[in-house]
Design a protein around this ligand. Structure first.
Ligand SMILES: O=P(O)(O)OC[C@H]1O[C@H](O)[C@H](O)[C@@H](O)[C@@H]1O
Length: 422
């Protein structure tokens, strides 16, 4: 395992934590053997234990076609139908000057300006669209796709070939439309919930189309899934799950996922949905919020240090101590930075993490630190599975169903009523 977990700033806040290990292993056993609530939704693990190489190859082939023919791939989806792909693409792409095709997301909110300006931006470009909706009925992507479909149909003779639909195998409006138009399709398996679906074609196609190695991503997760099969209570995923439960029971209410590398911001947002939808029900759960440091230390850092005591914190950092530009001596020291000569950016970033974790500990914010050895597809696959498994365990410990999200319907019902839809 290359992703490591440091609990040294978490454990001192917990009394008799070892006594929970039996309950952690019990919940873990349920995840392994189908003893959780909604056991029919454990496909996200099973698909890694029985890898479908032909599916990965098929996705790679379609992605190659997109890379050859498209200037832009628009991925239409919301929640679990976009957050994973955005997280991985953001983590793996260079900050500036990424390869074509450009991968853009749409239908992930209802901004009028965004969708109008997107169509204007696409004018004159070779466009492909990957519309992704497990249910095939979600309003945000459905609206965006209507406009994008028309855009393609009005401009390209091969419009239907430029659409790839990722949806349920048989139900939902999108499935009907795809069958009628003859779109190429990928299936979101019944036993994989949206927020657990990044390693299905939901995430794999947008990631492969951006030029990233989905086989390494997938197999990084396979390694993590296999590694958990006979894991002990000190395995990072299980230790984290147990600690989170302990903090929850001790009255903490918010978990911050504080990323120390801006490229991991998307992973924080992906984690936020995974944990929020899996645990936040029946009046329970730690509220997950992702922050990006040091940027957010200059905004909400004050509150975390001294505001209402609500927080536990997960730092997510890269082992980047020696990385980046290094300050050197400058004659006359005009900017007063010569005392830091020899300091690379990574060393400053590491000091920021360590200093923040220490300050927060003194401010009664317990923390874990997750350290990634590097950012590549394989390490991200491992991290993705580790966080998935941990939330299945911690949700099971809480007694909730980690695989449903009944509360999300509430806003939709009110919104539809306001739109005159029943
Ligand atoms: O893929 P879809 O069916 O369009 O669902 C997209 C999203 O919709 C809702 O917000 C659900 O709570 C999410 O779990 C899901 O990821």
């Amino acid at each position: 395992m290359r992703l490591s977990l440091d609990r040294s700033r978490a454990l001192p806040f917990l009394t008799d934590r070892d006594a929970l290990d039996g309950a952690v292993l019990d919940a873990h056993g349920k995840v392994l053997t189908g003893g959780t609530r909604s056991p029919e939704m454990l496909g996200w693990r099973q698909m890694l234990l029985e890898p479908d190489d032909a599916l990965i190859e098929s996705v790679q082939n379609v992605a190659s076609e997109i890379r050859e023919r498209a200037d832009v791939l628009v991925c239409v989806g919301i929640g679990g139908s976009y957050l994973g792909a955005e997280a991985v693409n953001q983590a793996l792409a260079p900050y500036f000057g990424a390869d074509s095709p450009e991968v853009i997301f749409a239908g992930h909110h209802l901004s009028p300006a965004y969708h109008e300006q997107l169509l204007a931006y696409l004018e004159g470009k070779s466009v492909y669209v990957n519309v992704i909706s497990k249910s095939g009925t979600t309003l945000e992507p459905a609206m965006a796709f209507r406009f994008l479909r028309r855009f393609l149909e009005e401009r390209f003779d091969d419009a239907d070939r430029r659409v790839i639909a990722t949806t349920d195998k048989s139900s939902g409006v999108l499935r009907g439309l795809a069958d009628e138009k003859g779109y190429r399709t990928y299936v979101v398996p019944d036993d994989v919930g949206g927020r657990f679906s990044v390693l299905t074609p939901v995430g794999l196609l947008p990631i492969a189309a951006a030029g990233h190695d989905i086989r390494s991503l997938f197999y990084g997760a396979v390694g993590a899934a296999r590694g958990l099969t006979d894991a002990g209570a000190d395995h990072p995923a299980l230790a984290y799950a147990g600690d989170r439960f302990a903090f929850h029971e001790a009255g903490y209410s918010v978990e911050l996922m504080s990323v120390m590398e801006a490229k991991l911001r998307g992973l924080g947002y992906w984690w936020q949905q995974l944990y929020g939808e899996s645990e936040g029900k029946e009046g329970k759960g730690l509220f997950p919020v992702t922050l990006q440091y040091t940027t957010d230390l200059h905004s909400v850092g004050q509150y975390v240090q001294e505001g209402k005591r609500l927080f536990v914190e997960s730092f997510l950092r890269l082992d980047d101590e020696k990385a980046g530009l290094t300050l050197d001596e400058e004659p006359d020291n005009p900017d007063q930075l010569n005392d830091l000569a020899g300091t690379p950016y990574g060393a400053a970033n590491k000091a920021a993490w360590e200093g923040t974790a220490e300050a927060h500990r003194e401010g009664d914010v317990p923390s874990w630190t997750w350290t990634l050895p590097r950012i590549d597809a394989d390490a991200l696959g491992e991290a993705i599975y580790t966080f998935e498994h941990a939330v299945a365990v911690s949700g099971t410990m809480l007694g909730v169903d980690p695989f449903n999200q009944p509360g999300v319907e509430a806003y939709k019902k009110k919104m539809f009523r306001l739109l005159g839809r029943d």
